[in-house]
Design a protein around this ligand. Structure first.
Ligand code: SAH
Length: 459
C-alpha cells in the first residue's frame, strides 16, 4: 500500500469520531483522511483496527471505546447487529434527532451551497418504536422448513424472525400466522440461486386507524400450493383481514414486485385515514409507512402551501393522492401526476370516497406530463413535489422555473438530492425560506424533509 496514506492496513490507532455516514457508521479523520467505522458515535474516543485502505478513505473496526458518547445506549433489539434494517439503535432517540438535523445541515451547506438556510429541529416521535404499517418479508428454507425474516447484512442468507421492533405488532402477528399456514400446507420457498420454488415474499399492510389487514403473496409463477386452503386458513385465523392478493414476479431479480397482481380473496384495497381523509390503498401503491408522522409531515406541507381557496395546485409524484386530497380541501383546483397506474386508480377512488371534486389525476412521468400541461396553459400557483430518493428530474425543475409558481413545497426523503434540487431552483429565481425535517423513520438514518420556496419578485 502507498506509504503516503496516514494509516496502514491492520494498524491499530486511536481516533475521535466526528460524524456519522449516511448508513450510520462513525467517521474519524486521521490527518484529514476519513476512516469509516461501524458502531462509532460522534464525540467518542476509541481504539480502531484499520481493515481496508482506499485512496481517499478507509474502513476500520471498533476495538474498544475509550470515551463513550453520553448518547450511547444498549440496542433494544436482539438481532440489531445481524439485521441492518436499523442503523441507529445504539444512539439514544435524542441523539438520533440531533444527528439527523446535522445531516440535513451538512448537505445544505456542502451540496446546496445554502449555509444560512433556516433549518428547524427535527420533529420526532413520542414513542419511536412499532411505527411501520408495512412489512415485507423475504421467504427462505432452513433444514427443509419455511422461514421468513430478513437478509443477513451483506449477504443473501435469510434469517428467520418473528419480531421487529419498528413494525406494528399487528404486522408481526400476521406474518407469523401466514408463515405458519404456509408451512402447514407445504408451500416451498423461492430459491434465488436455482430460480426455482414458489413463494418469494410475504407482505402485510395494516391500516392503523381502520385496523384493516392486507396480505400479499409474491410468487414466482401463478402457482401457490394449496392456495384455496391457505386462503381459508388466513380468513379463519386473522380477524381483520380484508384483502388477500397475489403478485407474480417471474424474474431473476431482487426487485420485490412483478407486474401481475390478482385478488385472491376480499377486496383489492384496504382503507386507512390520515386526518379527515380516507384512503384506499392497493398492494402496489406507495403509502407512507409511518402514519402518525405522515400527519405531521402533511400538515407542514399544507402550512407551507399557504392556500386560501383560490389557488391552482400541482402535486407531482402524487402516489394515491394523499397530499393532493389534503390540499384540495383548501385549493380551487389540484392536478396530481404519478407514474404507477394502480396508484392513480386509487387516487381517483380516494377523491370520490371523500367527495372531493376539484382534484384531477393523470398517469405518467412528472417530467413529461407537467411540461405538457404547461404548454396547454395550466399554470400552478403552488407546486408540490414529493419525489423518490433520486430527487426531481432536471426537466421537471426547468419546467418549474419556466412556469414560475409563486410557491414550491418540496417534500423529500433524501436530503442530498433535496439540496441538489434546491440549488437548481435557487439559481432559477427561487428562495428557500425554511426546511422542516420530520422523523418518519426512527432508529434508522433516514430523514424526511419539507422545504418551502418562494419565487423572488422580478423573476
Ligand atoms: N406524495 C405521495 C407519494 C410519494 S412517493 C405520498 O406522500 O404518499 C413518490 C411517488 O413517486 C411514488 O408513488 C412513485 O411511484 C412516484 N414516481 C416515481 N418516479 C416518478 C416519475 N418520474 N413521475 C411521476 N411519479 C413518479
Amino acid at each position: 500500500m502507498s506509504k503516503t496514506l496516514p494509516v496502514q492496513k491492520n494498524e491499530y490507532i486511536d481516533v475521535i469520531f466526528e460524524d456519522l455516514t449516511h448508513d450510520g457508521a462513525g467517521v474519524a479523520k486521521v490527518d484529514g483522511y476519513p476512516l469509516f467505522v461501524p458502531n462509532g458515535l460522534p464525540g467518542e474516543k476509541a481504539k480502531v483496527k484499520v481493515i481496508k485502505v482506499n485512496k481517499g478513505y478507509g474502513f476500520g473496526r471498533l476495538m474498544e471505546i475509550t470515551e463513550k458518547s453520553p448518547y450511547r445506549v444498549e440496542p433494544e433489539c436482539s438481532i440489531y447487529k445481524e439485521c441492518g434494517g436499523c442503523q441507529l439503535q445504539h444512539l439514544s432517540y435524542k441523539g438520533q434527532l440531533v444527528a439527523k438535523e446535522k445531516q440535513v445541515r451538512d448537505v445544505m451547506q456542502r451540496i446546496g451551497k445554502l449555509p444560512n438556510v433556516k433549518i428547524h429541529p427535527v420533529l420526532g416521535m413520542e414513542e419511536p418504536w412499532r411505527y411501520r404499517n408495512k412489512s415485507q418479508v423475504p421467504i427462505g428454507e432452513h433444514e427443509g422448513g419455511l422461514i421468513g425474516g430478513f437478509y443477513q447484512q451483506r449477504s443473501h442468507q435469510i434469517i428467520d424472525m418473528e419480531t421487529c421492533l419498528i413494525q406494528q405488532e399487528k404486522n408481526d402477528e400476521v406474518v407469523k400466522k401466514v408463515k405458519e399456514i404456509c408451512r402447514t400446507y407445504g408451500v416451498r420457498a423461492y430459491d434465488e440461486q436455482k430460480h426455482k420454488g414458489e413463494l418469494r415474499h410475504i407482505m402485510a399492510r395494516y391500516g392503523l386507524k381502520s385496523e384493516e389487514v392486507m396480505v400479499v403473496f409474491i410468487t414466482r409463477t401463478n402457482e401457490l400450493t394449496n392456495k384455496k386452503k391457505i386462503i381459508e386458513a388466513i380468513v379463519e385465523s386473522i380477524p381483520n383481514v380484508k384483502s388477500i392478493v397475489q403478485n407474480v414476479n417471474p424474474k431473476k431479480t431482487n426487485v420485490i414486485f412483478g407486474n401481475e397482481t390478482q385478488v385472491l380473496w376480499g377486496e383489492e384495497v384496504i382503507y386507512d385515514s390520515i386526518g379527515d381523509i380516507r384512503f384506499a390503498i392497493s398492494a402496489r401503491s406507495f403509502y407512507q409507512v409511518n402514519p402518525e408522522q405522515t400527519k405531521v409531515l402533511y400538515d407542514k406541507a399544507l402550512e407551507y402551501a399557504g392556500l386560501t381557496g383560490e389557488e391552482t395546485v400541482i402535486d407531482a409524484y402524487c402516489g394515491i393522492g394523499t397530499i393532493s386530497l389534503f390540499l384540495a380541501q383548501k385549493a380551487k383546483k389540484v392536478y396530481g401526476v404519478e407514474i404507477v397506474p394502480e396508484a392513480i386508480e386509487d387516487a381517483r377512488k380516494n377523491a370520490e370516497l371523500n367527495g372531493i371534486t376539484n382534484a384531477e389525476f393523470s398517469i405518467g412521468e412528472a417530467e413529461t406530463v407537467i411540461p405538457q400541461w404547461y404548454e396547454k396553459g395550466v399554470v400552478a400557483d403552488v407546486l408540490v413535489v414529493d419525489p423518490p430518493r433520486k430527487g426531481c428530474d432536471e426537466k421537471l425543475l426547468q419546467t418549474i422555473i419556466d412556469m414560475k409558481p409563486k410557491k414550491v413545497v418540496y417534500v423529500s426523503c433524501n436530503p442530498a438530492t433535496l439540496a441538489r434540487d434546491l440549488r437548481i431552483l435557487e439559481d432559477g429565481g427561487y428562495q428557500t425560506v425554511e426546511i422542516q425535517p420530520v422523523d418518519m423513520f426512527p432508529q434508522t438514518m433516514h430523514v424526511e424533509c419539507v422545504a418551502q420556496l418562494i419565487l423572488i419578485e422580478g423573476n
